[in-house]
Design a protein. Structure first.
Length: 400
């Protein structure tokens, strides 16, 4: 069930003016002029037409599963997808701008997807300009501080994680080109192509993501009675308003408690870094674990443990655990989702390391309970997190 529509959701004609920063008029689009590119589809009856206005500061890693979903739905013919350069150089890297036409109703929505880790941080320029602002780390408190008109636009975005879908590599390349074009337009042609390409290489970092198949549990995966918990420590950052020392200590305590009960230093531990080696060398994983091996560990382990991000954000680990069909043990979630993850249905909650150990032991000893959580998590994943399903839901919720 999607979030309720706010007063901003009044009907808008498809003929409504497009944002000036896209740099293309309607006639430009008809002629194929300017930085617009068409992603060919296989169907003549799509439900939506989507124009992705790619930012000069484009960073697609945080929303890579959404990019993958867009490409997959375009490839299957559920939508027509275009890319255009967004001229504004002030849009934050983790904000994605779209114009979406519902081809059945003729309505249009200006939509943003924002994947900041911070609940109290908004791209105010974008929030001012759009009809719907999907925010990944959404908490009611900071939203209440917004002006009434803006508050009604904010909705929960759901969960993303770092992945890619077969057949969508060309979309990633096209988005990089559109971002390069946007950078040149927003800077009045100043600078060199080398500088622009360097910015794109830094911002579009999806090459390191894994294919969706690596995350998703298959019938061939043998499920072991193992616990997976891998985390990182963050060096202190002067002026940062999140106490990283407290976050780090909580993670160190968690690793020590889980290892004391379950062992498994190749599955339970802190990811290798110079800071972590100096801070808590006894908690390091027994060896460096690649992303592909970590995905295999999730798929073949009964339990995945989740702790909060620096600001209580929904880290990639949640989506990864759901894709793997793991039984989750997690700190209670602080953020809002379009469809909640419920304690004792999708995860067992804990607040202390000792409680976490107790909940993990409960799952290891109760096969039926573990299987119920696994089944519910796989069902949730396929309805709300898998790239195609997530994008399909976002498009529907934009018009709800």
């Amino acid at each position: 069930m999607g979030p309720a529509a706010g007063p901003h959701a009044a009907r808008r004609s498809r003929a409504a003016a497009r944002p000036e920063e896209s740099g293309t008029s309607t006639s430009d689009r008809d002629r194929g002029a300017g930085p617009l590119m068409r992603i060919l589809t296989k169907s003549s009856e799509p439900a939506y037409e989507v124009r992705w206005l790619v930012s000069p500061r484009h960073d697609a890693l945080g929303a890579s599963s959404v990019v993958a979903g867009l490409g997959a739905l375009a490839g299957s013919g559920e939508l027509r997808l275009h890319l255009a350069a967004l001229r504004s150089a002030t849009i934050e890297p983790h904000v994605f701008r779209f114009e979406v036409d519902d081809l059945a109703s003729g309505e249009t929505r200006r939509v943003a997807l924002e994947v900041f880790d911070r609940a109290d941080r908004f791209d105010r320029e974008t929030l001012r300009d759009v009809d719907v602002y999907f925010k990944q780390t959404l908490d009611a408190g900071p939203v209440e501080d917004l002006p009434d008109e803006w508050r009604a636009r904010v909705r929960p975005a759901g969960l993303t994680f770092a992945t890619r879908v077969a057949g969508t590599r060309s979309l990633v390349a096209r988005s990089a080109l559109a971002s390069c074009t946007a950078w040149a337009l927003s800077h009045g042609g100043r600078g060199t192509l080398r500088t622009a390409l360097r910015r794109i290489r830094e911002g579009v970092d999806i090459a390191g993501t894994l294919p969706i198949e690596d995350w998703e549990r298959s019938p061939a995966d043998e499920v072991l009675h193992e616990v997976v918990y891998q985390t990182r420590l963050w060096p202190p950052e002067p002026g940062h308003d999140v106490d990283r020392r407290a976050v780090n200590q909580g993670r160190i305590d968690m690793v020590r408690a889980l290892r004391a009960e379950f062992g498994g230093p190749e599955r339970i531990g802190v990811i290798h870094s110079d800071f972590a080696a100096a801070e808590a060398p006894d908690t390091l994983l027994s060896r460096k674990v690649s992303r592909r091996e970590y995905a295999r560990q999730l798929r073949t382990s009964l339990i995945s443990v989740n702790t909060h991000g620096l600001d209580g954000s929904p880290g990639f680990k949640i989506g990864e655990s759901l894709a793997a069909g793991a039984a989750m043990v997690s700190q209670p979630f602080r953020f809002e989702l379009p469809e909640p993850l419920r304690p004792d249905v999708h995860y067992l909650p804990f607040t202390t390391p000792d409680e976490c150990v107790t909940q993990c032991r409960r799952l290891l000893d109760d096969h039926d309970l573990a299987e119920r959580l696994r089944s519910e998590n796989l069902r949730y994943y396929h309805r709300f997190v898998r790239p195609e399903a997530h994008v399909r839901n976002l498009l529907a919720w934009a018009f709800a």
